[in-house]
Design a protein around this ligand. Structure first.
Ligand SMILES: *Cc1c(COP(=O)(O)O)cnc(C)c1O
Length: 349
């Protein structure tokens, strides 16, 4: 075992928490930015900090307008409902967050029918599958209105040529295109492209401040002025009208300034973790493109490995396949500790 003493990070927790990049605590500098934020009642449009952030993010993503959201789920929901009316449908990956992990909100709250299609191992949906799923204008069918893609998808960066072709197909058939970019900045840093380039072909995009960027709360939806105007009413309907939200916008603004380029460090630690785990017997690791490492453990020993790691202060998720996510509150020593703890599991077995 390494002699790493968990708890050296600013979070002060006695664990190396690799369950998700959502577990980060605000840094002292971020808390300071929150304390200094100028605020107002955003339901009146009076909060200068959120107004400035909305302009900053719209420009950063190359869109006309942006709207602060409480969560990525709320942001995707408002985007889907702003694009689609009752009785419309959206094409989406079978494993996409906007289909599988948002409580069926688009169907429940918008009467929008999902048309899920298989995700290929790299997160793409085959163009021929998309083309075949677009329904003709016929009273038998729901109106196919929207294609929703996700980038990164399970930590994979969607190929740029694929994104362009898929959005081109959608637009040529009269559909809109929405990007769930909860981890778009990871994709940007990993691919060396700007967030605006990655969002360019889409009519709307959602980004999260509370994943790798390390803010405590918040997401943003971007798109045309008209779309954001519609999304604003929907956000109000779902209880997302916030008051002195500049406190959160200040954290997000700080994260955009200070925590984007450093995502490369998370990606490097994910590669180091992947390399360390791949050296262990009976372990198969998918080489990570960004900050998420997927690990298969032979002979159904995944849950036992998770338990062992937990006893050594290392948290991860999964059942058959395990998932480790690197982030702002994990350092190189923590990753070496995690690798050593996993090695110990196989040595004592
Ligand atoms: C986390 C995440 C979201 C939004 O999740 P919230 O927990 O609602 O903020 C959306 N899409 C993807 C791909 C995500 O990983």
């Amino acid at each position: 075992m390494s002699d790493y003493a968990p708890g050296s990070g600013h979070g002060g927790d006695a664990v190396v928490d690799l369950r998700s990049d959502t577990v980060t605590k605000p840094t002292p500098a971020m808390l300071d930015a929150i304390a200094r934020a100028k605020v107002g009642d955003d339901v009146f449009g009076d909060d200068p900090t959120v107004n400035a952030l909305q302009e900053r993010v719209a420009a950063l993503l190359g869109k006309e307008a942006a709207l602060f959201m409480s969560s990525g789920t709320q942001s995707n929901l408002c985007g889907l409902l702003a694009h689609c009316a009752r009785g419309d449908e959206y094409i989406v990956g079978q494993m996409a967050h906007t289909y599988r992990y948002e409580g069926g909100g688009a169907a429940v709250l918008g009467s929008i029918q999902p048309q899920p299609l298989p995700n290929q191992p790299d997160g793409t949906i085959r163009l021929e599958d998309i083309a075949a799923a677009i329904k003709p204008d016929d009273p038998h069918f729901a109106r196919t209105r929207l294609l929703a893609l996700e980038n990164t998808w399970n930590g994979n960066v969607l190929p740029g040529s694929y994104v362009a072709a898929a959005c081109e197909l959608a637009h040529s058939r009269g559909l809109f295109a929405h990007l769930d970019g909860a981890r778009l900045f990871n994709a940007a840093v990993a691919s060396g492209r700007t967030a605006a380039e990655l969002a360019r072909h889409f009519d709307s995009a959602s980004i999260c401040f509370s994943k790798g960027l390390g803010a405590p709360i918040g997401s943003m939806l971007v798109g045309s002025r008209e779309l954001i105007h519609r999304a604003h009413r929907i956000r109000k309907m779902v209880g997302g009208g916030l008051r002195q939200v500049g406190l959160l916008a200040a954290a997000a603004d700080h994260a955009l300034t200070h925590h984007v380029e450093r995502l490369a460090d998370d990606h490097a630690l994910a590669r180091r973790l992947a390399e360390g785990l791949a050296a262990l017997p009976g372990v198969t690791v998918t080489p990570p493109q960004t900050n998420i490492v997927f690990v298969q453990v032979s002979d159904g020993r995944g849950p036992a490995l998770l338990e062992h790691l937990k006893s050594r202060g290392v948290l991860a998720t999964g059942l058959i396949g395990l998932r480790f996510v690197t982030h702002l509150d994990v350092d190189a020593a923590g990753i070496e500790h995690a690798i050593a703890a996993a090695r110990e599991f196989f040595e004592k077995a």
